[in-house]
Design a protein around this ligand. Structure first.
Ligand SMILES: [Zn+2]
Length: 414
């Protein structure tokens, strides 16, 4: 087989395109392939689609294609130009690359696949591209996915705030709990932030929302009540957020007690932070014995911890009336604990109880939200602390947006 035929087959070239020449430079692991079209090729004006005669050819251009046996492979061609009676001289294609891109669509697909599996720096090493090139392909993939995305409002939403970078900067994330995707990312966690999402839909569309899981955060509550018809019965302060409020209180108690102990030279709470914050069943095996010993001692921290753990049983009830009765017993215990942070958290929860009880109507599962949260966390970690908000958003949409990211393969070099 001739090298030109081999490459015509590998590149899946179709009439009128054919390979003119193939050059291998083994010293630098590089293959260059020149393609050209048959002289009798028929062309159409890209503007109106009418048949138009060939006028001339543009400058020779080069596109990086998939490697051949570890040799970087480049395709060269001079794009033809046609002369349309209505539109004048117009350039054809190329159909194998996006306008202005130095990469073929097939190569872009490979980079997108690689970016899905690792961080940008890893993808640049595997595909031998620069950071800017790989990043540009990621941004383009997200823009493409967004343009293709159908406008629809999810039936079950979750609204979450995520700390971004350092210094308490936040992003608001709107997620679709049925599909497990991030639908919208917006700066800050103000009422206005969430309202920019709701404003994209009509009142009728918003009426289709059945349940909205969120934190007990007044700006989100206000935005939702202002826009979503029947919001009062739809807002669910879910288990994750309610437990988080108490967990933060446990941590405050632990910090205070640890400080007092340290002053007296007692280090017993040192290094125990995560034992108290985790769900009991998630305490790592190798620390169970240590934790069993310390949690049964008479500490303020262990009392706070027991109060936190017992609240988790609330969501195991089947009937809201039983759950409410359980909560009120818990509330009495928590508010009589003489632990200021716990009392404060319990009071916050009590105020919001009606919309915690909505859980028993909507039964939103936490599994999807938790899976999505760990994915978002992973994006944040592999992103080496995005300093740029837009980069952070792009990466979230790329990995968690459920978008159709790939360029469509058209004709030659498919
Ligand atoms: Zn035309």
């Amino acid at each position: 087989m001739k090298d030109t035929d081999l490459y015509a087959a590998l590149l899946r070239l179709r009439h009128p395109w054919r390979v003119r020449e193939v050059k291998l430079d083994i010293a630098v692991d590089r293959i260059d392939v020149w393609i050209e079209h048959a002289p009798d090729a028929k062309w159409c004006c890209p503007e109106c689609g009418k048949a138009a005669p060939l006028y001339d050819h543009g400058e020779e251009r080069e596109w990086r294609h998939l490697d051949t046996c570890d040799c970087q492979t480049f395709v060269h061609a001079r794009p033809p130009r046609v002369k349309c009676p209505d539109h004048g001289v117009r350039q054809i294609g190329p159909t194998w690359a996006n306008p202005g891109s130095h990469f073929t669509l097939r190569f872009e697909r490979l980079v997108i696949d690689t970016l899905k599996e690792c961080d940008v720096t890893g993808a640049t090493r595997l595909t031998r591209t620069s950071w800017d090139e790989a990043w540009a392909m990621m941004e383009k993939a997200v823009a493409r996915g967004m343009a293709r995305k159908k406008r629809r409002i999810p039936k079950q939403l979750s609204i979450d705030e995520k700390a971004f970078a350092k210094r308490h900067r936040y992003e608001t994330l709107v997620c679709d709990l049925d599909r497990g995707t991030v639908e919208y990312v917006v700066d800050d966690r103000q009422q206005e932030s969430l309202e920019t999402y709701y404003r994209r839909f009509t009142e009728e569309e918003l009426a289709g929302v059945e349940a909205i899981a969120m934190d007990m955060w007044d700006p989100y509550i206000a935005a939702t009540k202002a826009y979503v018809p029947g919001a009062t019965g739809k807002i669910v302060f879910d288990k994750f957020h309610v437990i988080r409020a108490v967990t933060e209180a446990v941590d405050k108690v632990r910090r205070g007690e640890h400080k007092d102990f340290t002053l007296m030279g007692d280090e017993r709470l040192k290094g125990t932070k995560h034992l108290w914050l985790a769900n009991e069943e998630n305490v790592p095996e190798w620390r169970k014995t240590e934790f069993d010993l310390i949690k049964h001692t008479n500490l303020k921290t262990s009392r706070a911890w027991a109060i936190k753990e017992s609240l988790r049983k609330f969501w195991e009830y089947s009937y809201p009336a039983r759950a409410e009765a359980y909560f009120l017993r818990w509330y009495f215990w928590a508010t009589h604990s003489r632990l200021a942070p716990i009392i404060k958290a319990a009071k916050t929860i009590k105020v919001h109880l009606p919309n915690i009880l909505t859980y028993f109507k909507h039964r939103m599962t936490n599994a999807v939200a938790e899976g999505l949260n760990s994915k978002i966390q992973m994006v944040k970690e592999t992103a080496c602390g995005f300093r740029n908000r837009d980069h952070y958003k792009t990466a979230i949409y790329f990995h968690c947006g459920g978008l159709d990211l790939y360029p469509e393969l058209v004709s030659a070099l498919p």
